[in-house]
Each structure stands twice: as C-alpha cells, then as structure tokens.
Design a binder for this molecule. Sequence first.
Ligand SMILES: CC(C)(COP(=O)(O)OP(=O)(O)OC[C@H]1O[C@@H](n2cnc3c(N)ncnc32)[C@H](O)[C@@H]1OP(=O)(O)O)[C@@H](O)C(=O)NCCC(=O)NCCS
Length: 163
Amino acid sequence: MGRALVTIDNVYANNLGTFRKIIDVVLPVQYPGEYFEEVVDKNAKGVFYAQLAYYGEIAIGAVKSRLIANKTGGVKPAGMYIEVLAVLEAYRGKTAGSLMLKYIEDKCKESFQHDIYVHVATDNETAIEWYEKNGFSRDGDILENYYKNTTGSNDAFVYKKSV
Ligand SMILES: CC(C)(COP(=O)(O)OP(=O)(O)OC[C@H]1O[C@@H](n2cnc3c(N)ncnc32)[C@H](O)[C@@H]1OP(=O)(O)O)[C@@H](O)C(=O)NCCC(=O)NCCS
C-alpha cells in the first residue's frame, strides 16, 4: 500500500454532514445546526473559511474560521478567528492539522489581516501544546464560562498568532 496523501478541500452542501460529524465526534462542545449551515450559506451573516482534510479518500479533519475584517465597534479585535480545528484521533500526527492551519494563515494574509485568534478550553492540554508549537501565544485573561454545552472545561484561553 502506498503512502496516503493528506489533502484539504472546500466544504460544500453535499459534504456538510461529514464536516459536522467530524466536529461532533472530536470536540466536547455541541454546536447547533446553523453553526454548520452558515459555512455554505451565501446569505450568512459573516465571512467564513472552512475546509475538510482527507487522508486519501477519507475525510479526517475539519476547520472553520470567521473573518472579522474591520473594527466595527464589536468587542472582538479584527483578525481571523479559528472556531474549530479538529482531526479524528486515529489520524492525528499526519499533518492534517498543520495543513488546515496553513490554509487559515493564507486566508488571513489574503484578507489583509495579521492576527489569528483561537479559543482553547483550559483543560485541553494537547491542543494548547499544539498551538504553542505552531507559533501561538496566550493572549489576555481566562474567559470564564466561554463554553456552554460542553463536557469539558467551560473556561477558555485565547491564543494569538501574528502572520
Ligand atoms: C490539535 C489538532 C487539530 C492537531 O492536528 P494534527 O493533524 O494531529 O496535527 P499535525 O499532524 O499537523 O501536527 C503534528 C504534531 O501533533 C502532535 N502529534 C503527533 N502525533 C499525535 C497524535 N497521535 N495525537 C495527537 N497529537 C499528535 C505532535 O506534537 C506533532 O508534532 P511533530 O510532528 O513535531 O511530532 C488535533 O490534535 C485535534 O484535533 N485535537 C482535538 C481537537 C482540538 O482540541 N482542537 C483544538 C481546539 S479548536
């Protein structure tokens, strides 16, 4: 058997179910249907970048990020916000996570933004280690009760990377 290549591709209406399934399986947080539908909805409020990662033909990872391009009086500073980044456990360590992060970094630069933000649950040590290894540093205080429908910690750290 040859070495399967990890690739990434767009999310479409016809693979949105797979996208959702991966996120549901990997992350302890429960998201409502609209959270996924906005990725493929042309009329959605907001600008989203999402990808699926594949190991050969098998979908193994998913990323969703939101672009906040201008400071329009909201609480969040402008930049790219990674909302979820998830790789099926059996396929971790095969570069899918790095490939999806690279995609988000490229989209961030193409959008003339320089900051990438991600919220990570305070008990998610492997993800914290992974983001630090990939150039992110902790930014600001703990966000208490950030996650509502979760079986993990409710509190989040904000991590930031400048590109
Ligand atoms: C964080 C995450 C997305 C990384 O994805 P990934 O595809 O494993 O990442 P990559 O293969 O690009 O990164 C390789 C690094 O992961 C780590 N790694 C390697 N094998 C691993 C494994 N079996 N399990 C977990 N991490 C592993 C190593 O540190 C490796 O670095 P190295 O190549 O220098 O040894 C993935 O671990 C994940 O889905 N975690 C759970 C979901 C999550 O917490 N997401 C973040 C909050 S949104």
